[in-house]
Design a protein around this ligand. Structure first.
Ligand SMILES: C[S@@+](CC[C@H](N)C(=O)[O-])C[C@H]1O[C@@H](n2cnc3c(N)ncnc32)[C@H](O)[C@@H]1O
Length: 270
């Protein structure tokens, strides 16, 4: 799939000197992430899992702490893991600004979620913001690799967007969305983003741009790609994994699902 499409491709073609392109989750795009991804729709599901299965919590792909910080605020010990040192630095800065006293409840590691090397087990291992779609390998292998990090009686939980294969080869482009938000210095930013889904390639691509009107700053341009898959694929992988079970709850008008895989107190084979 082409990295930039539509309006964003035209922007590069027509005004290359006014654009600064950066890799998503790194550099200046970290603040852009915080400006675009603000809600906490899925937080109640994770809090319920923690209430049922206990802590401590492992927040995989924790990013800048959108969930890590509120989870710690609810009194649980949280370990955050992310591949991007820039996102983790932003988490630390968000923590210093908003909740300095929570710092001793949060541990951070810069690691790949598929190659974890952590010193303990967790009551809840979670992946928020539908970040499971950033996984490149096999879902069942991934669930198995996390199994040993879950305490007996604990769970692995994550949210996902149900995007089963469509019956068309034509990529589907969503609306171009424009929003405004203040940046760290309180200046107005204009944010633009758009998603294109290629059902044949089973990939989605999101283009994003940030404009700071009234400044000489270049337009920040970035793009991210992730795989698309349906709920049935996740269910099959969970059932054939060492967990052997899955519980799903629809939310957001049945487009998104909260999924929970429980590690039995006594392994099924005993
Ligand atoms: C969509 S953001 C989610 C951030 C945060 N959990 C939230 O709810 O806002 C995805 C995060 O996953 C991280 N990431 C991507 N691939 C990863 C990997 N293989 N292992 C660990 N983190 C990864 C990115 O750096 C980014 O911070």
């Amino acid at each position: 799939m082409n990295q930039y499409f539509g309006f964003f491709a035209d922007l590069i073609k027509e005004a290359p000197a006014s654009i600064e392109e950066q890799e998503f989750y790194y550099g200046d795009t970290v603040e852009l992430y915080d400006q675009i991804c603000r809600g906490d729709n899925e937080l109640p599901f994770f809090l319920q899992a923690i209430a049922l299965h206990g802590g401590p919590v492992l927040d995989l792909c924790c990013g800048s702490g959108r969930l890590t910080i509120p989870l710690a605020r609810h009194g649980t010990e949280v370990t955050g893991v992310d591949l991007s040192p820039d996102m983790l630095a932003k988490l630390e800065s968000n923590l210093r600004q908003k909740s300095r006293r929570l710092a001793d409840r949060i541990k951070l590691y810069c690691q790949d979620m598929t190659k974890l090397d952590l010193p303990e087990q967790y009551g809840v291992v979670l992946i928020g913001a539908t970040s499971i779609r950033l996984l490149q390998g096999d879902f069942c292998d991934f669930f198995n690799s996390l199994y040993d990090y879950v305490r007996p009686g604990g769970c692995l939980c994550f949210d996902m967007e149900d995007l089963p294969d469509g019956n068309t080869d034509i990529p589907k482009t969503g609306e171009l969305i424009a929003a405004s938000a203040a940046d760290q210095e309180g200046r107005l930013s204009i944010l633009l983003f758009q998603r294109k889904i290629d059902a044949l390639q089973r990939q989605a691509c999101v283009n994003m741009a940030k404009i700071l009107p009234g400044t000489t700053k270049k337009v920040l341009l970035t793009s991210t790609q992730y795989r698309t898959f349906g709920l049935d694929e996740i269910k099959a992988a969970a059932l054939s994994s060492r967990f052997g079970n899955i519980e799903t709850t629809a939310y957001n008008g049945s487009q998104e699902y909260f999924c929970k895989l429980v590690k039995q107190e006594v392994p099924a084979s005993c």
